[in-house]
Write a protein that binds this ligand. Structure first.
Ligand code: ADP
Ligand code: ZN
Ligand code: ZN
Length: 749
């Protein structure tokens, strides 16, 4: 695997992935003094007339024709590999599985602040995309100023539309950026560099709790696995409040004692600050540091934490999905908390699944992996059934609390009272009023409305679904048609409900702002706080809101799914779910599973203090399995039914599904490319792969680009990846077309 160069010459060469924005790989000769280097070393290399930095991705013997043309490596950044062999193996495996260049995985393993090594800066320049010029203008810019065009495209493809100047090529890129700024396409701003992720927060030390029987059994099974050779992955299915975190803490202490490291993955640090705090508290008196890694951290912080982990100064690392790549030395235990959480899937390239790669990393490192959840994903349960994973259960709550009473309110009758715009039923309104009177707190949850518009009848709750997949059809305005985003089936838009004949069939969505207005009108004296995506883009904003809520400076907290994660507020005795149906209306094979998980999760959060909690779910489909099983807290019943359904429909986990997306600023180019690719794939695909007809994406146009997609299905994800990436390469589409393949897709939009 190391020898990419053939064995003809005695000169050894290193293949180096350059830091910078274009994923460039170049070969360099290895000078006499550096013969010992291996893949994973960080090096300085000459490029044109300057020095730059990079990571060695393989070492071998160059082809004879090249050997005399290779420039030598200039220096080693440090005399030890920055990336371990195991992580390199992980990168190579993941690159092939997800059909992306290995460079993209190396970028995850050696994060940007580490690649830049410029940690002494107090501020750094950021370039923000303020306006996408559109296709015609882009063509002009491309011919006149290709560097400017490249910068715009790079910013545009990123998730945040905002990148450090250093990533756009450093100071040489400043001139083109300034030119773009003059024309109003970008803005250049200075960003402060902070260092410590948790600042001056102080953590009170905590002692291990005496475990109950269920916890004791789980802990001994986990510690036994930590000592075994090639242990099976462990699933820890414990109801909310069963004390999973305490088990993690004691298992981690055990592994540290063996001199090994611990890696803990959580859905998102800023949403689950208590997990981080509990680890900090438990280990603050030991001589090992707990390193925190998360996306909102500054470069300096990330640089420091990364190095602390790699040096072994920190032997516990906590972070979201990307933390699975943290350079923990000799990891003995990897914990994936809330393993079912959709945020483990990365939604931009490389589109890896954090939980799946954590399982692979544990396998490569000979470590024990624990997948914890109250509502494990069906993928994970499927692996339990097939004997690949071991199941441990904790069915009792450790804090002695009862599970809250859950009521399902049928909005088909409740919403007849139009005063509150069908947002708040009388029943829920009275329940909130009651809490306000008693000085107790309420959480109201609003399922975020996606871009997909599906049709639901407000009178009978009927949802218009695909005949083949039982998935809600998505309404496309431009064609005035309904399309199934799983199989490509198309249907005319019904004028009235096929079930009951009612005429008011289009489902109207509403956002958090509208709900906030209704709440303010209903409860003028209440202190209401809204949390949504825009609030959380500011660093610590969410933390501050949650702290206010905990201190009871807020009576009603209103937010989307994000506030359902890891909530732990003793003062909350009422949780209302305003529109349980939105989740079910998504064109997604996992829609029911997600809804079930969300409802079960919130139901586990009400009433953690001494007062029993109450959960009220408002819905137009009170009979839906996801809602009924969640009401009864019946995870096994739901999983059994849903797995049967998935098997019948040939959905994951019984098969792998991938989404191929083609984007371009020119509609005809995108459409032509997707059709050509589809035709070629049909011609060469083995029979075991099915591919649906191309269709416009539910978000047919975004950021000035037209988007087309098709869905592929096969029992082997590898087969899809290999065949599709070969065809994408052969297609050799122009620069104005972006083609992405999402293996094991979690979003079909
Ligand atoms: P989970 O992670 O499963 O939702 P937690 O670990 O948050 O559950 O535990 C729920 C509550 O129960 C916490 O307040 C925790 O301190 C408490 N707890 C956990 N284990 C024990 C125990 N063995 N004895 C007493 N309290 C416990
Ligand atoms: Zn109807
Ligand atoms: Zn279908």
């Amino acid at each position: 695997m190391n020898d990419l160069f053939g064995a003809e010459s005695s000169i050894r060469a290193a293949r180096v992935l350059l830091d910078g924005f274009n994923d460039m790989v170049l070969d360099y000769a290895i000078p006499e003094s550096m013969q010992h280097i291996t893949r994973g070393y960080r090096v300085m290399i000459p490029l044109r007339n300057r020095l730059t930095t990079g990571t060695v991705i393989s070492v071998g013997t160059p082809e004879a024709v090249w050997k005399n043309h290779l420039k030598p490596l200039a220096a080693l950044i440090e005399d030890a590999p920055a990336v371990s062999d195991k992580l390199m193996d992980l990168a190579e495996w993941a690159a092939r599985y997800y059909a992306v260049p290995v460079e993209q995985l190396i970028r995850c393993i050696v994060p940007e602040p580490v690649r830049r090594e410029r940690h002494e800066e107090k501020t750094r320049k950021m370039v923000v995309l303020t306006q996408w010029p559109g296709d015609e203008e882009m063509n002009k810019i491309n011919t006149r100023a290709p560097r400017q065009a490249a910068i715009l495209r790079y910013l545009h493809q990123g998730e945040k539309k905002r990148e450090p100047l250093a990533d756009l090529g450093g100071s040489p890129a400043l001139a083109p950026c300034r030119a773009l700024e003059k024309r109003g396409f970008v803005r250049i701003e200075d960003e402060a560099v902070h260092r410590d992720p948790v600042g001056d927060e102080v953590f009170a030390p905590s002692a291990p709790l005496a475990l109950n029987d269920e916890q004791e059994a789980a802990l001994s099974a986990i510690t036994a696995a930590c000592e075994a050779d090639k242990p099976k992955p462990i699933v820890l299915q414990g109801v909310t409040g069963s004390g999973k975190t305490e088990v993690y803490l004691q298992a981690a202490a055990h592994v540290l004692q063996q001199g090994k490291g611990v890696l803990i993955l959580v859905p998102e640090i800023s949403l689950t600050p208590q997990t981080m705090a509990r680890f900090k508290s438990r280990f603050c008196e030991s001589n090992t540091k707990v390193a925190i890694l998360h996306s909102a951290m500054s470069d300096g912080e990330r640089f420091d934490e990364w190095h602390a982990i790699r040096n072994g100064e920190a032997r516990i690392a906590i972070g979201p999905r990307s933390a699975l790549f943290a350079p923990v030395q000799r990891p003995g235990l990897i914990i994936v908390d809330e393993e079912h959480d959709a945020s483990y899937k990365q939604e931009n390239t490389p589109r890896y699944h954090g939980r799946d790669l954590a399982v692979l990393r544990a396998h490569l490192e000979n470590a024990c992996v624990v997948l914890g959840s109250a509502t494990p994903s069906l993928e994970t349960l499927f692996n339990v059934h097939s004997g690949k994973y071991t199941m441990l259960r904790m069915d009792k709550r450790a804090d002695g609390q009862r599970l809250p009473l859950t009521r399902v309110l049928d909005m088909r009758t409740e919403a007849k009272d139009k005063r509150n715009l069908g947002i708040l039923s009388e029943r829920l309104r009275m329940a909130i009023e009651d809490r306000l009177r008693k000085g107790e707190q309420t959480i109201l949850l609003l399922n975020r409305r996606g871009f997909a518009r599906s049709l639901q009848c407000p009178d009978c709750g009927h949802m218009v679904c695909c005949e083949h997949c039982a998935i809600p059809l998505t309404y496309h305005v431009t064609e005035d048609r309904l399309i199934c985003h799983i199989c490509g089936y198309r249907a005319a838009t019904p004028k009235k409900c096929p079930q009951c004949g009612s005429a008011g069939i289009l489902l109207e969505g509403y956002g958090t702002q509208k709900v906030e207005r209704v709440l303010q009108r209903c409860f003028p004296q209440a202190r209401i706080r809204r949390v949504d995506a825009d609030v959380t883009t500011r660093k610590n904003a969410l933390r501050d809101i949650l702290a206010d809520f905990r201190a009871h400076r807020i009576d009603i907290l209103l937010g989307t799914q994000m506030i359902s994660k890891g909530l732990d507020f003793p003062g909350v005795t009422l949780v209302g779910v305003l529109n349980a149906d939105i989740g079910l209306s998504m064109p997604d094979p996992r829609a029911a599973e997600r809804t079930f998980q969300l409802l079960t999760q919130v139901a586990g959060r009400a009433g953690r203090g001494d007062i029993d909690g109450e959960v009220i779910i408002q819905t137009y489909t009170p009979h839906a399995a996801a809602i009924q099983y969640a009401r009864r807290h019946d995870t096994d019943g739901f999983a059994e039914d849903e797995l049967k359904l998935r098997q019948e429909l040939e959905f994951p986990p019984y098969t792998h599904m991938a989404v191929l997306t083609v984007r371009s600023v020119k509609e005809e180019v995108a459409e032509f490319s997707v059709n050509t690719l589809h035709k070629r794939l049909l011609a060469c695909m083995p029979g075991s792969v099915s591919i649906c007809d191309p269709m416009p994406a539910p978000i047919a146009k975004a950021y000035g680009q037209y988007r087309f997609q098709c869905t592929l299905k096969c029992s082997s994800a590898r087969l899809i990846a290999d065949v599709v990436s070969a065809e994408i390469r052969k297609l050799n589409a122009g620069e104005d077309v972006t083609i992405t393949l999402d293996i094991d897709a979690y979003s079909f939009m």
